[in-house]
Design a protein around this ligand. Structure first.
Ligand code: GLV
Ligand code: GLV
Length: 319
């Protein structure tokens, strides 16, 4: 069996993969362009992919009809054309669960940075400008009693909600469907329509997958519905937010601040955002801990091994 890994992954994962076949790792840290990708996958039975690798029917065809599994080292899989792969009999897997806490921690870090103006504060100290403690100095907003609005109360959304509860926040959410009653009652979470949520949230945090339905979910109209004091946090996928509309809303004070881990055209960031003190900008670090990245790569490897040895995938994506 030939297994192709599109970028460097922790050695523990490569070791696991060697149990199922010959492993070819593209030893670089950047996504391959479509032509390079089609070239390296030739003859692959299994493929380990990452954010930025666009795997569609053409890539599967370039691999050949023996291709059985594409294992994405991410919980999001908007970079994969799942129907096209399923139509070719290819199993698709992702890495749910293992990155829930790391991503929720990062979302909460962005929430705190944005509400307490910590990026701006750090830049102030480093600028060498004089500063002194006074009662009106760099005031942010407190969290206690405020409403955290969550779009997409899945595993990560729930983990963010638990953190927010510990900070004394109230939880409201919207999404395609209501979560189980016991989850709602544990989090004391109210299910609202999206419009109600936009109107009520003091902090709005996005935890939905990127799909055709969620692309530009937060557009100029949504931003105009939010409170002028509201803070937006995005650790999901960049295109869920219309970045140009967000830059304009932040500039005009239509919302107070934003904390962003993801961008529409990564690694590019809308130039309008770079100029703003009230935008906290982080380079897609949601799952970036040693423990989590290792667990993600190992889970992807176990998915490949499971499919190629006939034992079945661990965490398949529904086609
Ligand atoms: C990272 O963004 C992921 O989807 O795991
Ligand atoms: C602030 O530093 C305080 O002591 O209240």
């Amino acid at each position: 069996m030939r297994i192709v890994v599109t970028r460097n992954v922790p050695e523990a994962a490569v070791e696991l993969l060697r149990g199922a076949g010959q492993v070819h790792v593209c030893e670089r840290d950047q996504a391959l362009d479509p032509a390079e990708l089609r070239e390296v996958v030739a003859g692959a039975d299994g493929l380990v992919t990452m954010l930025g690798d666009q795997v569609d029917g053409a890539v599967a065809d370039a691999a050949g009809s023996q291709l059985k599994v594409v294992a994405n080292v991410a919980v999001g899989y908007d970079n994969l054309d799942v129907p096209a792969l399923a139509a070719r009999g290819v199993t698709v897997t992702n890495t749910p669960g293992v990155l829930t806490d790391a991503t929720a921690d990062l979302a909460f870090a962005l929430l705190l940075m944005a509400t307490r103006r910590l990026g701006e504060a750090e830049r102030l100290i480093r600028s060498g400008e004089p500063w002194f403690f006074h009662l009106g100095f760099m005031l942010g907003t407190g969290l206690q009693g405020k409403t955290l609005g969550i779009i997409g109360l899945g595993e990560i959304g729930q983990a963010v909600a638990r953190r927010a509860r510990a900070f004394g926040m109230r939880i409201a959410y919207s999404g395609r469907r209501r979560v189980a009653a016991d989850v709602e009652s544990e989090l004391d979470a109210r299910y609202l329509t999206r419009d109600e949520l936009l109107r009520e949230a003091d902090v709005l945090s996005l935890h939905c997958p990127l799909t055709e339905q969620t692309r530009h979910l937060i557009d100029a109209a949504a931003l105009a519905t939010m409170k002028p004091s509201a803070v937006l946090v995005n650790t999901s996928r960049g295109p869920v937010v219309d970045e140009a509309a967000l830059a304009e809303a932040l500039r005009a004070g239509r919302i107070a601040a934003a904390g962003l881990d993801v961008f529409e055209q990564e690694p590019a960031v809308h130039p309008g955002l770079l100029e703003l003190e009230n935008a906290v900008l982080i380079p897609h670090l949601g799952s970036a801990t040693v423990e989590t990245r290792t667990a993600m790569a190992e889970l992807a490897a176990r998915n490949v091994v499971g499919v190629l040895t006939g034992n079945g995938p661990v965490t398949p994506v529904e086609a």
